[in-house]
Design a protein around this ligand. Structure first.
Ligand SMILES: *Cc1c(COP(=O)(O)O)cnc(C)c1O
Length: 348
């Protein structure tokens, strides 16, 4: 049975998967350095971070978040955090774990930030760094980076954004928004196997005297190796080859087209949700996923779908499920998915 996955990273094209299925070329070579240098320049272009750098870690996205807390936030001092769900709360936990002075603002499930309240709290607290998600993937809510960026500019706060589930799914220009640091990973917008995470540092962020709290994820050491297109330790070679192919294709298509394809599928699926009566709670839904409530049989839903080779993502909330739009699925696939969910929902 053909697998149809609407969990991250979504359906991946066969020829991209095949890059990961062959023998592994040696990485301490001029060839691999060339691949990494090209990766870096394509990624910087795609996110509007000209003049900055991209560090490549063989890890999942959370290690990239942790590296930022240990190397960057620790060097700057205090942090203000948007605790908007599972992923926002991860910034809080990382700061607690590493003893970073911080304050956080809890955002109710699937709601937007009260930006005037935020501005007031920032004026009172005067943090060195602001930590948030662009898209809080646990609910599907997108936050307004233009408004956040304006508040950070007014209060002189360094802006750090987890763009793990918005990179290549939403318009994103680091330099225009004044984002100093952004993190992402391969299994979301890049639509590749999990296993590599990326940290984008703006020209401004590169001037910071980074702390040395993590041997493996040390910024200075990684940046030094990056100059010759290398990572300090063994990279997930084939994933970096897949990044190369993915980004070549994305840039050839145009980033706007990549974003628009995801957006069109999201809008299409939300029409299906309306037709079947499934509520989408996000007040400002992101393109990457649709989070929705079903009415019945939610305990059965994932396991019944799996019998058809289909994966969707449950969440901590009862009756709430998420469908990713990052993969290479079609509107016809979404028709079939929605009709099967409805059929399971209405079983006796
Ligand atoms: C997926 C995700 C992460 C990272 O999760 P990992 O499992 O460590 O890759 C972090 N933040 C957001 C917003 C995410 O969607």
């Amino acid at each position: 049975m053909d697998m149809k996955t609407y969990a991250f990273p979504g359906i991946i094209e066969d020829d991209i998967l095949q890059i990961g299925a062959g023998q592994i070329p040696y990485m301490r070579t001029a060839w691999f350095s060339g691949v990494m240098k090209e990766n870096e320049s394509m990624l910087l272009d795609a996110i509007g971070c000209q003049g900055g750098r991209v560090m490549f870690f063989t890890s999942s996205g959370t290690a990239a978040m942790e590296s930022v807390v240990q190397n960057y936030v620790a060097a700057k001092g205090s942090a203000f955090i948007i605790d908007g769900g599972t992923f926002g709360h991860r910034w809080v936990q990382l700061c607690e774990y590493h003893g970073i002075e911080h304050e956080s603002m809890q955002i109710p499930f699937a709601q937007d930030i009260d930006y005037s309240d935020l501005e007031e709290r920032m004026r009172n607290y005067r943090p060195a760094v602001f930590l948030c998600q662009h898209h809080e993937t646990s609910s599907g809510q997108l936050f307004d980076l233009k408004r956040i960026s304006a508040i950070c500019r007014k209060t002189g706060t360094s802006l750090v954004v987890d763009v793990i589930s918005s990179f290549l799914a939403e318009q994103l220009d680091m330099n225009a928004l004044g984002i100093d640091v952004a993190v992402t990973s391969t299994q979301k917008g890049l639509n590749l196997p999990p296993g590599a995470a990326l940290v984008f540092l703006s020209e401004n962020a590169l001037k910071v005297d980074f702390r040395h709290n993590n041997y493996y994820l040390d910024f200075q050491d990684n940046l030094k190796n990056l100059e010759r297109g290398q990572t300090p330790f063994s990279p997930a070679t084939t994933i970096f080859m897949q990044i190369n192919e993915r980004m070549r294709r994305n840039l050839a298509r145009g980033i706007d087209d990549v974003i628009d394809t995801t957006r069109q599928k999201a809008l299409y699926f939300r029409e299906l949700c309306a037709r079947y009566g499934w509520e989408v709670p996000a007040s400002n839904p992101a393109n990457a996923i649709t989070g929705f409530f079903v009415h019945r049989n939610s305990a059965l839903l994932c396991s019944e779908l799996q019998k058809h080779g289909i994966f969707i993502m449950p969440c901590g909330k009862p009756d709430f499920f998420r469908v990713s739009h990052m993969g290479a699925d079609t509107c016809q696939d979404l028709d079939e998915l929605a009709s099967l969910i409805s059929e399971i929902e209405n079983r006796a």
